[in-house]
Structures are given as C-alpha cells and as structure tokens.
Design a protein around this ligand. Structure first.
Ligand code: FE2
Length: 255
C-alpha cells in the first residue's frame, strides 16, 4: 500500500498541473481542493471516533483524498461538474487514480468508484465496506457545509442559477417526501424544487449516514437546524417539520 504521505505528494503534484501561470487554481477547482481537504478531515474524525485500526484509518484517508480526483479534469474538459452533462466523476476519478498507478489497493479504488452510488454494491469485504462508508459519510458531511455556504453567499432568491434553476418557492414533491420518510433512495428525476434538494440532505440524516460518529458530527455542527430554518423560509409544507423531526430522533438516538 502506498503510504498516505506519498499519496498526498502525488495528489498535490497532480493538482498543481491545473494551476494558472500565476500559481492560482481556477476558483471552481479551488472549491474542490478545499472540499477534498475537508473530506479528509472528516474521515480522520470518523476513524478516531469509531476506533479504526491503523490499516483501516490509512485506507479510509487515502480514499477520502482520492475520491474526487477527476473533478479537475472534468471541469477542464467539459466546463461543468454536472455528471449528467459530462462523465460520472466517480468512475472518472477511479480511472485516473488507477491509470496513474498511485495505489493498487482494491479497497481504496472501490471506495473512490462507489462514492457517489445510491447504494454500495455488495462486492466489498468488511474493511472495504468500512473504507467506502467512511468516504461516503465524510463527503456528505462536507456537502452539508457547502450547501450552507452557498445559501449564505449567493442571492438564491433572486438568482435562480444559484441552485441549478430549481424552483425556489415551490413545495416539495410528494415522491421525494414519501421516499425520504420511508427511507428509500430518492429518484433524482423527482427533484424539482429547492425544497426537494434540501430535503434530500435531511434524508441523508435519516438513512444516509453510516457511523454514529458521523451523526454526532452532523448534530454538533447544527446541519439539521440550518435546514429546518431554511426550509421554513421557502415553504410552509408540513412535511418539512415531519421529516426534520424524524432526522432529529435519529441523530440524537446515539447520545
Ligand atoms: Fe464526489
């Protein structure tokens, strides 16, 4: 297994190839670089909280570091982070990491490949599953931060592009609400309103986080309260409090 410090060196060197002549990364790429660093931090906290073995920790941090490797090339080639308009960025990341020969560890490669799947396939051994689940939890925990940042720094009411042209003051779709309440994966074609988009993340709190440590981190960072408040600003649909109450129960059931 390639040592983590060596992987960091390789990864940073790779990111450097996308820098402008003045040394700066294009701002959209910089967001992904920061996201990656935070996902690694989250993975560290999960590994500590769940008392991972040294091997599990090393693998989980490696996978966290590499999970979005393809984002830089995706943006350069297709000028978008939308997978539906370009490539599946998890497959793309996996293929780049593999082609570069940075690691031959199957558990790391699969955690990268599967990080955006709705469900984890069952071709994983117990350690591989733990590594993949860590990346998925660590990623979601940072996506919570990213959404809050976007709400706070954009004119989301006035500028429909802030959230991909989703309708700002439309109630949640019944399909989305029922799927979340029944802990089924949400079919993304039903996401029509901003409320749907935010509720999906409430759904992650109900059935998407694997580790108790992740739930505690989510709770400690106030992500549920932020979403409840924000949803109240955009809709008075009663499903908001109902789903947020379920999420609250789940997040606090491990204290
Ligand atoms: Fe990703």
């Amino acid at each position: 297994m390639t040592a983590l410090s060596e992987l960091v060196r390789l990864y940073d060197g790779y990111v450097d190839t996308y820098r402008e002549a003045d040394g700066r990364l294009p701002s959209m790429m910089e967001l992904k670089r920061v996201h990656t660093a935070k996902v690694v931090e989250n993975a560290e906290a999960i590994a500590d909280g769940e008392a991972f073995s040294a091997e599990e920790r090393e693998l989980a941090l490696a996978a966290a570091l590499l999970h979005d490797t393809g984002r830089y090339e995706q943006l350069k080639r297709y000028n978008t982070f939308r997978d539906s308009e370009s490539v599946d960025h998890a497959v793309f990341s996996h293929d780049i990491v593999k082609a570069k020969g940075w690691t031959g560890d199957d558990r790391v490669l699969k955690a990268v490949l599967y990080h955006n799947r709705r469900e984890l396939p069952d071709d994983l051994d117990p350690i591989g599953r733990k590594v993949a689940e860590t990346v998925r939890d660590a990623d979601k925990l940072d996506i919570f931060r990213v959404l809050e940042n976007q709400v706070e720094t954009t004119d989301w009411r006035g500028d429909s592009r802030a959230f991909w042209n989703l309708k700002v003051s439309a109630p949640p779709s019944p399909e989305v609400v029922s799927a979340i309440g029944e802990r089924r994966p949400v079919d993304y074609q039903y996401i029509r309103s901003l409320a749907d988009f935010v509720l999906i993340q409430v759904g992650w709190m109900i059935s998407g986080l694997c580790f108790k440590t992740s739930m505690k981190m989510c709770r400690g960072r106030g992500h549920l309260e932020f979403r409840r408040r924000f949803l109240h600003e955009i809709t008075d649909d009663p499903s908001v409090d109902r789903l947020c109450d379920i999420a609250f129960e789940i997040l606090t059931s491990h204290d």
